[in-house]
Ligand binder design. Structure first.
Ligand SMILES: Nc1nc2c(c(=O)[nH]1)N[C@H]1C(S)=C(S)[C@@H](COP(=O)(O)OP(=O)(O)OC[C@H]3O[C@@H](n4cnc5c(=O)[nH]c(N)nc54)[C@H](O)[C@@H]3O)O[C@H]1N2
Ligand SMILES: Nc1nc2c(c(=O)[nH]1)N[C@H]1C(S)=C(S)[C@@H](COP(=O)(O)OP(=O)(O)OC[C@H]3O[C@@H](n4cnc5c(=O)[nH]c(N)nc54)[C@H](O)[C@@H]3O)O[C@H]1N2
Ligand SMILES: [Mo]
Length: 745
């Protein structure tokens, strides 16, 4: 019998982890996957895989894998295809590519957001490279992850590098995790490592979330339940308590911030718009007291007062934001409110404090391909790609178009490579699929994936890709992970699957661009090229072959980082990179800007559409949020039944809301609003606020003949309404009704 061999590799889907995987292989078969250990990590943070990581082979090496290229034969979306050869597929792609370019112009071509291969050599980026060489394409800005938190952070600090290294939490006296569930939604290896340590040494941790999340349990934390999309009201009331009780750091606000009180409002602006005037009610007659906020948030006034006092008194204290509270209508405002509280308590620029906002810290450069400029300058916000298909040529700056006054064409070709945002992960699936079904709108769609996903079903050509176990790549963790990984090939490719680079090179050949596209390199030589390029900036990296054999490199000897130390100490000599050089609590740019919905110059609560206070609640009384479950990475792993046990797909509903509807634990229920309807199982739990329901995002869309989704796929209920400033996705802001299956409704 052949001996067991261990191949070192790392994950590359879009969970922040990018964990270390040791594949135990014999005779070309994977026996099992193991992962990092504290012993192997030595002084460093262990990069351990979770249940998903240890089940990768059971997700990816399955019999439902796509094995050959497919050409659509039925209506678009019908799922009817016939197998074709790679040569036919490449010919068809090249001829449609040229036809659409020559008929509608290069800007009619679009590469969809896709994170299935979140590595340095990335299918969607490679497609953009080829399109840029061929006259250009319509690009996007933003992500589905962080549009509001990034825009709001940059608005106030002028940069998104607001993070300190996570080891500084060991100096915090109090940690607030705001809309953040890192025990389940993995951001990186370091976050939970340091939160656990902080907790072990006795630091109180408070989680603010509509659900009692895994993080509350894992860290034995306090839980403050809050109605979704009302965070800014809680923040306003905390700010009110801190200010009226004199607990704020006036010296810091005077030195570093713009617009806290009427004295620090820029000249020419209306003094009644300062933060203090708003909090005290000078502008609208409503003081933002804890009682006022209780009615909106559902958090008792006493709890709010107590939280404000504790946060202001514990110096230093860290208010750490996840992305859950910003994936909402007016999601920008919950971010700005968190930053305001960090400033008011002087926790910026302090080890153990936290500037709030994005919290990014990039200590090391990332590997990347050479940059090819895109001749098309216009860009759209990513969440508005469906608008660009429907009526692109009517879109202007008011719709978030940048780089041009307006678009000059609709989108006519979409390449959707290693992603499920064409259907499953985008909002309002019923509207999106109706649009995609119309072949006079978007004329040509190519999808490359491992499975016939709901997105792939809407393609004209479906191509079989290769999973990370079958090909090589360079992997980077999210910002705070401080390591570089390598995908080593573990098993042979399945069927006729190919890595996207190889067929894109053949399309390039048909366009007369092979040499320009490949620069004569194959995948391995590009990976080596990127690595050597990086090594010039990061000389501590080992030689390529040694790195490849290890599968991972952990950076050594990094000093702790504290964001904004210099700026806070002396903002005259070290201004913040904002127009005023100060932290802009009040934004002159916003005050003079134009937005598609009201957007105020200061952090403050705005009642959002489909929020807790929307009169639409008379018809759809329950708020519905999604979250990122441990059971999946977005939609990836949904077809792996072994992981279903970890967190079965079901609707969280409060027992009182369930009783009012005659619903019991385990009942099949229908969840619906004007956009769609889905079926799932009810889970009655006091671990969610009354009036609120929750359903993990990412379940595979499986409609019946009436269009009711049978698999609990939340995006049949979500809206495409963009947020006012970032034009971001508010996929957690929804109003719905729930009924027991079979009951009227
Ligand atoms: N297991 C797993 N980990 C992942 C991913 C995954 O798919 N699976 N995806 C990765 C990616 S790409 C991303 S962008 C991140 C996502 O990271 P996040 O966006 O932070 O994750 P979410 O689960 O959407 O939200 C975090 C928490 O916010 C809560 N929340 C929702 N609405 C509100 C609100 O209005 N107010 C407050 N205070 N809390 C609210 C949710 O209940 C949830 O517990 O996770 C990454 N990590
Ligand atoms: N309602 C709601 N919707 C959301 C979110 C939410 O919180 N709520 N979160 C949003 C966020 S933060 C994000 S980042 C997006 C993520 O959305 P996507 O980027 O679409 O992520 P996945 O759903 O994981 O889709 C990845 C696809 O790539 C495929 N794949 C995996 N590995 C490979 C490979 O090696 N090669 C190829 N060719 N294919 C591969 C998988 O089968 C899967 O179909 O979803 C967004 N959608
Ligand atoms: Mo994301």
């Amino acid at each position: 019998m052949a001996t067991e061999q261990i191949i070192h590799t790392t994950g590359r889907n879009n969970c922040g982890g990018r964990c270390i995987i040791h594949a135990h292989v014999r005779d070309g078969e994977i026996l099992r996957l193991t992962t990092d250990t504290p012993e192997a990590a030595g002084e460093g943070v262990p990069l351990c895989a979770c249940a998903r990581g240890l089940n990768y082979h059971k997700t990816f090496l399955r019999s439902d894998r796509l094995t050959q290229p497919l050409l659509r034969t039925g209506e678009r979306g019908s799922g009817q295809f016939r197998p074709i050869s790679w040569a036919e597929a490449v010919d068809c792609i090249a001829s449609e590519w040229i036809r659409i370019r020559d008929t509608y112009g290069p800007a009619s071509r679009y590469v969809n957001y896709a994170t299935g291969v979140s590595a340095a050599f990335r299918p969607n980026q490679l497609a953009k490279r080829l399109l840029a060489l061929d006259g250009g394409f319509l690009d996007y800005y933003n992500s589905y992850s962080t549009p509001c938190i990034e825009h709001a952070t940059r608005l106030m600090y002028g940069t998104d590098q607001t993070g300190s290294s996570r080891d500084t939490w060991l100096r915090s006296r109090l940690i607030l995790l705001w809309g953040h569930n890192p025990s389940e939604t993995v951001f990186d290896a370091t976050t939970m490592f340091y939160l656990r340590r902080a907790r072990q040494q006795g630091t109180p941790i408070i989680v603010i979330d509509p659900r009692r999340s895994d993080t509350v349990r894992a860290l034995d934390a306090e839980w403050i339940p809050i109605r979704p999309a009302t965070d800014a009201a809680l923040q306003d009331a905390m700010a009110y308590v801190i200010y009226t009780e004199g607990l704020h750091d006036q010296a810091f606000l005077n030195r570093c911030c713009l617009g806290f009180d009427p004295e620090h409002i820029p000249s020419g602006a209306d003094g009644t718009e300062s933060v203090v005037s708003y909090l005290l009610g000078h502008s609208d007659g409503v003081p933002k007291t804890p009682r006022w906020a209780e009615a909106i948030t559902g958090v008792p006034a006493e709890t709010i007062t107590d939280l404000a006092r504790r946060f202001a008194a514990a110096k230093p204290a860290a208010l750490v934001q996840g992305y859950g509270a910003q994936r909402h209508a007016y999601g920008e405002q919950s971010v700005r409110g968190g930053i305001l509280l960090a400033c008011m308590t002087g926790n910026v620029g302090v080890a153990g404090g936290w500037a709030s906002g994005t919290g990014y810290v990039n200590r090391h450069a990332l590997p990347h391909m050479p940059f090819v400029p895109n001749p098309v300058r216009a860009q759209i916000p990513v969440y508005r790609w469906t608008d660009a298909v429907d009526h692109g040529s009517a879109m202007t700056a008011l719709d978030g178009v940048v780089g041009a006054e307006r678009l000059d064409t609709d989108v006519k070709m979409i390449l959707n490579l290693a992603g499920n945002c064409l259907v499953n992960q985008h909002g309002d699936i019923n509207r999106t699929t109706a649009l995609l079904r119309d072949t006079t709108k978007c004329e040509f769609i190519v999808c490359s994936d491992l499975f016939l996903t709901s997105s792939a079903r809407f393609a004209d050509i479906v191509l079989p890709g290769l999973s990370f176990l079958e090909c090589e790549n360079l992997t980077m963790p999210w910002e705070a992970g401080d390591f570089l990984g390598y995908n080593n090939r573990v098993v042979d490719p399945i069927g006729a699957g190919r890595f996207e680079y190889d067929w894109l090179a053949e399309v390039a050949e048909r366009l007369g661009l092979r040499e320009a596209f490949t620069e004569g390199r194959d995948t391995r030589s590009w990976l080596r090229w990127m690595y050597e390029d990086l090594r010039r900036k990061e000389p501590q990296l080992p030689p390529f072959e040694a790195f490849r054999a290890q599968g991972v490199y952990r950076y050594q000897g990094d000093a702790p980082v504290v964001a904004f130390q210099e700026q806070c100490a002396d903002p005259e000599c070290h201004p913040f990179p904002t127009p005023s050089g100060r932290i802009e609590l009040y934004s002159p740019a916003v005050a003079s800007g134009r937005f598609s919905a009201p957007f105020p110059p200061i952090p403050r609560y705005m009642a959002p559409p489909e929020g807790a206070q929307d009169p639409l609640r008379r018809r759809y009384p329950l708020q519905l949020i999604g979250w990122h479950t441990k059971r999946r990475c977005h939609s990836t792993h949904d077809n792996n039944p072994e992981l279903e046990r970890l967190d079965p797909q079901r609707l969280w509903i409060h027992p009182e809301d369930a009783a009012a509807r005659g619903i019991q634990e385990g009942d099949t229920v229908e969840v619906f609003n004007d956009r769609g309807r889905l079926r799932t199982v009810a889970h009655l739990t006091p671990d969610i606020c009354r009036g609120v329901t929750a359903l993990a995002q990412g379940s595979w869309y499986q409609p019946d003949e009436n269009g009711t989704d049978l698999n609990g796929s939340i995006n049949v209920l979500t809206s495409l309404r963009p947020t006012p400033y970032a034009h971001g996705n508010a996929q957690h802001t929804n109003l719905v009704e729930v009924a027991k299956q079979g009951s009227p409704g």
